[in-house]
Design a protein around this ligand. Structure first.
Ligand code: MRU
Length: 331
């Protein structure tokens, strides 16, 4: 499995080779591959790698699913993809079919994600159709092609607006502590020739006050049945700032990001990462060594702050349990 190592962007385009499910789990845990849909797709292929061992059987596939599931807790796409892989393995009558069946399922997950991203892009661009040419959107973290198998979620909307000749401009939050906005989103937008301006996270309020921002649009890692949405730490603060400045705040996500088993966002597990991520950068200390740290990787934005959920099936605006279920809940 070849993965673009996102920890090395933007300085290096380095592809990482994973030969086992464990190596794939490690790549997910250390964010070499990241973004909710992308980790689901990577994990699906990681399960296939369990069959590199000629003696491996269904029990080994299930064990690989368990190890991959332990890599990161918040993005539900990971568990959704692994459940599909486990079900596919369960459908195999004998070991000789297992590799072909699992590979076909991983490829289906990847292809579905590509189609899903395109649909999110179309629905979002339709929704923003009335915005003037050259309008500015603000985003946080990276919800682009790097985070999915396709064009992304939030950025798919931006790319589709650009394809339609709208010339969008994007304010890019740098996204401390790991700088997904600065390192990945600014890089992706520049690769595609989209006008963007990088800001530090603590500048967003001032930008909203002093510069035009038509809307804020982010991705999500898990959305509860009532529309509460977990996304990269800092998203909740942005939603509060957007409300204070009367700027609509949107979340773009595929159906695989919805967790209908959770009535609200209160039960979404929030990953806490190593303190080193906030006391060191590129090997240099950025805080005294003994500093106590709290490093949650995600936060939950209450549905009440979300103007709309832009999904592959359409836009739910405003989000409410009934309207979300009507559009997206499994039959
Ligand atoms: O920790 P990360 O970089 O995996 O966090 C990613 C995000 O929070 C994204 O916004 C989210 O996964 C949506 S990706 C389409």
């Amino acid at each position: 499995l070849e993965l673009l190592d996102q920890t090395r962007l933007p300085s290096e385009l380095h592809y990482l080779e994973c030969r086992t499910a464990d190596e794939t789990a490690d790549a997910i845990a250390r964010l070499a591959v990241r973004g909710a849909p992308a980790i689901g797709v990577a994990a699906a292929y990681g399960v296939c790698l369990a069959l590199n061992d000629p003696a491996a059987d269904v029990a080994d596939v299930v064990a690989a699913c368990r190890r991959l599931a332990a890599s990161r807790p918040t993005a539900v796409n990971l568990f959704w993809a692994l459940a599909r892989m486990e079900q596919a393995a369960g459908r195999c009558a004998d070991r000789s079919q297992l590799a072909a069946v699992l590979l076909a399922e991983a490829q289906a997950i990847e292809a579905e994600d590509q189609a899903t991203c395109a649909a999110i892009g179309r629905h979002g661009a339709d929704w923003f159709d009335a915005l003037p040419d050259g309008c500015s959107l603000l985003t946080h973290c990276n919800a682009g092609a790097l985070a999915t198998a396709g064009d992304g979620t939030a950025l798919a909307v931006v790319f589709e607006l650009a394809r339609r000749g709208k010339r969008p401009h994007v304010w890019v939050d740098e996204t401390r502590p790991l700088l997904q906005g600065a390192r990945l989103t600014a890089w992706e937008l520049q690769q595609r020739g989209i006008d963007c301006t990088l800001i530090c996270d603590n500048m967003a309020a001032w930008v909203m006050r002093r510069r035009p921002v038509a809307a804020v649009i982010t991705g999500a890692d898990r959305i509860a049945a009532n529309g509460d949405a977990a996304n990269k730490i800092g998203t909740y603060g942005l939603a509060l700032l957007a409300a204070a400045h009367r700027i609509p705040f949107y979340v773009a996500a595929p159906r695989s990001t919805f967790d209908f088993s959770l009535p609200t966002g209160d039960a979404i597990p929030i990953e806490e990462r190593a303190r080193e991520e906030i006391v060191r950068w590129a090997g240099v200390a950025t805080a005294p060594a003994a500093t106590h740290c709290f490093n949650p990787a995600f936060d939950v934005t209450p549905a009440a702050l979300i103007a709309g959920l832009i999904t592959d099936r359409g836009v739910v605006a405003p989000p409410a349990p009934e309207t979300i279920a009507a559009l997206l809940a499994p039959a």
